[in-house]
Design a protein. Structure first.
Ligand SMILES: *Cc1c(COP(=O)(O)O)cnc(C)c1O
Length: 490
């Protein structure tokens, strides 16, 4: 490249860079987003930096690149702002029919829980003050009373989640010369996104001592594995899958007896842990209940606060007094302690379990249970009312009351299919184009009234009303009216 070319290029480059509008000018001309202006400016600045960098790099190539026009810069920034705004924690309409949806926050809390949490959260409380003595008290003491009544256990402890409970238990009961944790090969499960029991075990410094086979583990298998290095026996509820056929595992009572005779603790990770018998629910089997497991001789159980318990994210540990005492005195316990809002939410959720009068009035002990007990008829009537409210479709789309199945989710009751009803949407063929289910799904997901999370089944988009509060029906009507009036979905 000769001298004049070089000069020309650098002139071009600075002209192009100068043509890029400033943050202030862009901030004024863009669509408004409900985000603090300082954040908007920061996102614009970062995006402009990227645009400048791209330009500088492409200019130093052949110098032939056209600068992006003002419109395309604005569009690019607009889309970055929009996608950032969507990451804000916000309410969504859960039309998936998955009652405990981990991606959607698992169990919703009821209003009465929230009111009581709000009183505690906005002021001071006796979180760690014993009002009887005026001295320091223990966090969560009353919640523990309630949990012990529910689990019929001598003692209990509360931590951040069930995974944390498991790590705490492993840390406490393993030591340098007793590191082996005996677990059946049929229970080395993965729960949800990357949470693998073997990895958790190993990260806590425990050594996995696998026994039996995937489908067969006998008492003798456990017996043979017990030795001087045994720290504990762990049972893990299979949670998100079930095995049928030639499947065997020893009776809990027998395993508990073996553990007691060998002087090693027997711990069971229940994951979900049902507080009411789930075999009375429509389409569901029996999920193990903490009090039954403890009664059969297991020393400790742990389960989640936001699965079948129906409360906030927490890990609940229940069992014998000496073992719980040890857990609470482990230095790591301090790292897993819950906040006041969580403890209050857990406390109210637990109180509601012990108040049967309240449960029979509101159709369940908590919102999750009330959702599960809604009848198909009631849901169909709601679907009918929503469809009635809609204008006639302009595009070739069919909307109808559909029968479907809800699931419990959250890695619990994997075979449960709860008969349900909602709205099914099929995109038909217009003369010139086909409306794809994925396009309808995306329209609902990105709607600015509220994101509706639907599911696609047999080329239909399904909105299951079981997991949607009836107070949202009016929003759904407006969004669906918008959908069928839209001409540009494809
Ligand atoms: C869900 C689950 C966990 C994890 O519970 P979190 O409260 O999400 O930490 C652990 N073990 C089992 C068996 C589970 O099903």
């Amino acid at each position: 490249m000769n001298e004049p070319d070089q000069k020309q290029l650098s002139n071009d480059r600075s002209a192009i860079l100068r043509s890029i509008p400033s943050v202030e000018i862009l901030a004024q001309s863009l669509e408004l987003f409900d985000m603090p202006q300082l954040l908007v400016n920061r996102i614009i600045r970062k995006e402009l930096e990227t645009i400048r960098k791209d330009l500088t790099e492409s200019c130093s190539g052949n110098g032939q690149n056209q600068p992006p026009g003002r419109e395309s810069i604005e569009a690019r920034i607009q889309s970055r702002l929009r996608s950032t705004a969507r990451t804000r924690l916000q309410s969504v309409i859960n039309g998936t029919g998955v009652v405990l949806h981990t991606n959607l926050g698992r169990s919703p809390l009821s209003e009465d829980v929230l009111h009581q949490v709000s009183d505690i959260a906005t002021g001071y409380s006796n979180l760690e003050l014993n009002i009887n003595t005026g001295k320091r008290g223990s966090r969560g003491a009353y919640a523990e009373w309630l949990l012990e009544a529910i689990c019929q256990s001598e003692a209990s402890a509360i931590v951040n989640n069930c995974a944390a409970a498991l790590v705490l238990i492993l840390k406490e009961f393993t030591s340098a010369d007793k590191r082996e944790v005996i677990i059946s090969r049929g229970e080395l499960v993965q729960i949800g996104g990357g949470f693998r029991i073997p990895d958790i075990l190993e990260s806590s410094g425990a050594i996995l001592k696998e026994v039996g086979t995937t489908n067969q583990t006998t008492l003798e298998d456990y017996q043979r594995a017990i030795g001087p290095a045994t720290a504990m026996i762990l049972k893990v509820h299979q949670s998100n899958f079930s095995m049928e056929g030639f499947v065997e595992s020893p009776e809990r009572e027998a395993l508990a007896r073996l553990a007691r005779e060998s002087g090693v603790p027997l711990v069971e990770d229940l994951g979900s842990g049902a507080i009411v018998p789930t075999d009375n629910w429509p389409g569901t089997q029996r999920e193990p209940m903490p009090h039954e497991i403890l009664k059969s001789g297991v020393d400790l159980v742990c389960f989640s606060g936001d699965k079948l318990f129906g409360g906030p994210q927490a890990g609940i540990i229940a069992g014998t007094q000496p073992l719980i005492y040890r857990l609470k005195h482990n230095p790591f316990f301090r790292c897993l302690r819950c906040d006041k809002m969580i403890l209050k939410a857990l406390e109210v959720t637990a109180e509601n379990y012990l108040d049967h009068e309240m449960a029979s009035k509101s159709g369940g002990h908590n919102r999750m249970e009330s959702m599960i007990h809604q009848s198909v008829e009631a849901l169909s009537i709601r679907a009918g009312a929503i469809l009635q409210s809609l204008p006639p479709a302009k595009t070739a789309m069919t909307l109808e009351i559909s029968k479907m199945d809800s699931t419990v989710g959250g890695g619990t009751l994997p075979n449960a299919r709860i008969p349900s009803a909602g709205i099914g949407i099929r995109g038909g063929n217009n003369s010139d184009r086909t409306i794809k289910p994925s396009a309808i799904h995306a329209f609902l997901l990105h709607h600015n009234i509220a994101p509706i999370i639907s599911r696609i089944e047999n080329d239909s988009v399904m909105i299951d009303l079981r997991t949607i509060d009836s107070s949202d029906d009016e929003k759904i009507s407006r969004i669906l009216a918008h959908l069928i009036e839209s001409q540009n979905i494809q």
